[in-house]
Design a protein around this ligand. Structure first.
Ligand code: CAO
Length: 436
């Protein structure tokens, strides 16, 4: 049995240093260069590796001790191959190189005045949101390894050890709190952190102010980013709604009596329900994990509502089974309640398809983003009177409604995209189609 002592090498530091972590235990079989302890001075933290391989038979230092160059750290029963190389071992021991600090710990005065570690993470709106540790992270190799294995970003972990050192219990506590928050649905915004761009200091360019993003805004941003990972294509078309507008205007008195505002939206909802039934490949969701296409046999359609608090997307159920007045009434009621923040969560769930109408505002076309797990969304822009030529080369002024259909190209092919908008065009230009 050949027992070797492992010493604290020349650390380049004259005085004693704190042993802040012991990374091994008696009985461990260790490798050469494996970290045994971590030393810390006011200026640096350094991991001290073993100069030999073998079984650890004793530890002479423990966490909290002070140590200096030449002190014995441990005794190791060296392995046979190491023992036969005893001469080299001796040499290595006497020629142990100066250990360079692995990182600068804190500025000169930091030990007396530790830096403020808590900076609120602006992308997560919750009182118990993890705090970003903007100072240098202090953690030993075992803790770093543990954090790595659990995909924990140590800069988010609150340190409870001496001199703001992160302990393994801190990482465990952090993991627990994140699981708890995820289970409570409190983690919002974390999903798009990878899309974040490093921001310059805008103040250098002029005056700025910042306000906290609302939950609705964060959730929308997160959903949009997730949806942008879908391969999507937008199909543009125009529908002649001249006759539809005439019909709609004729209904104004009836609408007033019913207390309902009849806009093109109700007709769009009805036309989309018709198209979803005619082309059911648009009324699906992809379950890629199980390699299933989930066909829906109901027709619930969502529509985007612009409110001062952000975008809300209420859902009208069974649009295919409802008449225009009922749809218009529901649309009006849901939009009003969205603006009053009175929508129930259930009223924003279960959609098969979405309509986003910017018609009352303007624009000629746009590319809406599929609201996953739906596979298509219809964007509607402002109707405009345009000259439309017939087969004889004569033109007539027609009210043309721009349609922008975005679809998930994994679920729907391009020809069907064109079929969908073309069908919508036919239905909207001649409402009698809806009766068929
Ligand atoms: N072209 C021309 N005029 C249109 C039109 C169109 N495509 N769509 C609506 N209009 C007219 C309406 O007919 C109405 O005029 P009248 O009073 O003369 O009839 C006027 O514009 C106002 O309509 P509205 O906005 O009050 O009602 P709506 O049913 O058309 O829309 C709603 C309701 C909730 C969809 C809409 O108010 C809204 O919030 N749109 C914004 C949606 C949005 O933000 N989408 C982007 C989401 S992110 O992709």
């Amino acid at each position: 049995m050949n027992i070797e002592e492992v010493l604290v090498p020349d650390t380049g530091n004259d005085g004693e240093m704190d042993v802040i972590e012991v990374a091994v235990s008696i009985g461990d079989v260790i490798e050469k260069e494996q970290t045994l302890i971590v030393l810390e001075s006011d200026k640096a933290t350094m991991e001290i590796p073993s100069s030999v391989a073998g079984k650890l038979v004793s530890l002479k230092l423990k966490s909290g001790d002070r140590a200096k160059s030449g002190d014995v750290i441990a005794e190791v029963e060296v392995t046979a191959s190491e023992a036969t190389n005893e001469v080299q071992q001796e040499k290595a021991k006497t020629e142990t190189p100066v250990i360079e600090p692995i990182k600068t710990a804190q500025p000169e005065n930091a030990a007396k005045q530790p830096p403020v570690l808590e900076q609120k993470n602006e992308t997560i709106e919750h009182s118990q949101a993890p705090e970003l540790n903007t100072a240098v992270v202090h953690a030993g190799p075992a803790v770093r390894k543990f954090a790595r294995e659990h995909a924990v970003d140590l800069s988010r972990v609150r340190a409870s050890g001496p001199r703001a050192r992160i302990l393994q219990e801190d990482v465990t506590q952090y993991i627990k709190s994140q699981i708890q928050r995820a289970q409570n649905g409190q983690i919002i915004g974390a999903g798009f952190s990878h899309g974040a761009v490093a921001l310059p200091d805008f103040k250098q360019f002029g005056e700025i102010s910042a306000q906290t993003m609302t939950k609705v805004h964060l959730k929308t941003a997160e959903n949009m980013q997730r949806s942008c990972q879908i391969p999507q294509v937008t199909q543009f078309d125009e529908a002649d709604i001249t006759a539809l507008e005439e019909f709609r205007k004729k209904q104004k008195n009836v609408a007033e009596q019913k207390g309902i505002k009849l806009t093109p939206m109700a007709f769009l909802l009805k036309a989309c329900a018709y198209a979803l039934k005619a082309l059911p490949q648009f009324n699906v969701s992809l379950d890629l994990a199980n390699q299933h296409i989930i066909q829906k046999h109901y027709v619930h359609i969502a529509f985007a509502v612009d409110t001062p608090y952000g975008l809300f997307v209420p859902v009208i159920r069974d649009v295919d089974k409802k008449g225009i007045w009922e749809i218009a009434g529901e649309c009006q009621d849901l939009a009003a309640r969205a603006r009053d923040k009175k929508l129930l969560p259930a009223e924003m769930q279960g959609a098969c398809f979405t309509i986003s109408s910017l018609g009352a505002i303007g624009g000629t076309s746009f590319t809406p983003i599929v609201n996953s797990p739906e596979v298509a969304i219809l964007g509607v822009s402002k109707a405009q009177i345009k000259p439309v030529y017939n087969a004889q080369g004569e033109w007539q002024p027609k009210l043309m409604l721009p349609l922008s259909l975005t679809y998930d190209h994994r679920a729907v092919n391009g020809a069907d995209g064109a079929r969908f908008t073309s069908l919508l065009g036919n239905v909207l230009s001649d409402l009698r189609e809806l009766l068929l």
